[in-house]
Design a protein around this ligand. Structure first.
Ligand SMILES: *[C@@H]1O[C@H](CO)[C@@H](O)[C@H](O)[C@H]1NC(C)=O
Ligand SMILES: *[C@@H]1O[C@H](CO)[C@@H](O)[C@H](O)[C@H]1NC(C)=O
Length: 228
């Protein structure tokens, strides 16, 4: 291939990848504090900006992340998210945070964040964490990456990939996570697949999971706790 056409292809590819970028777009002004639009009838991609003249420091502030989440639930974990929905100053800034508490042997069940990469650090306890690659990447088919994390350790879960954290210790655990999205979203796999409303047709799930329909019916009859 001629050098010229190679350079052209690279240039086109870089434009295409920047357009189809999966993380949040960059801001076009200092800030765009979200209006509290719980009563709105107009919806945009993101949130509408509050009049900058009435913005105050409190629009960029939230307290309470020193308080542990309630982990007395089926999965033994609780996520306390700080995102654009409860900290309006995060609007358009492409960043957010969460505190995650784990009871002994509690799990943050397999889930994905459709709009954000997650970087997690452990403050207390010991976590077994992991993520799974997407379908066949050459000979890396659904490869699982795992790690045991101790206080001070940091681990990254790439955007969109299914991941989990499990407290392997006899004591509670605490972690904080950052996301490159103002609203990373969460899809808990079991909840979405077996707890959808209305339920997904059980013939479909029986065939997809290659199990008897009774197994699917059993799973669909369970209560799927949302720890977020
Ligand atoms: C934690 O959640 C459980 C189950 O919902 C509830 O019974 C309990 O009162 C909660 N504890 C606190 C401290 O809020
Ligand atoms: C937005 O307004 C609703 C209803 O008045 C309130 O419950 C909620 O806490 C507000 N959200 C924020 C981020 O201020």
């Amino acid at each position: 291939m001629a050098l010229k056409s190679f350079v052209l292809i690279i240039a086109i590819l870089s434009v295409v990848t920047s357009i189809s970028h999966a993380s949040d777009p960059s801001p076009l002004q200092d800030f765009c504090v979200a209006v509290n639009d719980s009563m709105t009838t107009v919806f945009v991609n993101g949130k509408v900006c509050k009049d900058p003249k009435i913005v105050t420091a409190d629009d960029f502030f939230k307290s309470g992340l020193n308080v542990a989440g309630n982990t007395s639930n089926n999965v033994g974990s609780a996520v306390t998210a700080v995102n654009v929905n409860n900290l309006p100053g995060l609007n358009t800034l492409g960043i957010s945070l969460a505190r995650i508490d784990y009871a002994p042997y509690g799990v943050n069940p397999p889930h994905t964040h459709p709009r954000g990469t997650e970087v997690l650090t452990v403050l207390e306890g010991t976590l077994y964490v992991g993520f799974v690659l997407s379908n066949p990447g050459a000979n890396m088919k659904n490869k699982l990456f795992t790690k045991i994390l101790h206080p001070g350790d940091v681990f990254v879960f790439p955007i969109g990939l299914i991941h989990f954290q499990f407290n392997v210790g006899k004591t509670k655990a605490v972690a904080f996570a950052g996301f490159n999205s103002q609203n990373q979203g969460v899809i808990t796999i079991a909840n979405a697949v077996f707890g959808s409303d209305p339920p997904i047709n059980d013939d479909i799930l029986a065939k997809a999971f290659q199990v008897d329909k009774k197994v699917v019916d059993y799973l669909q009859s369970q209560f799927w706790w949302d720890n977020n």
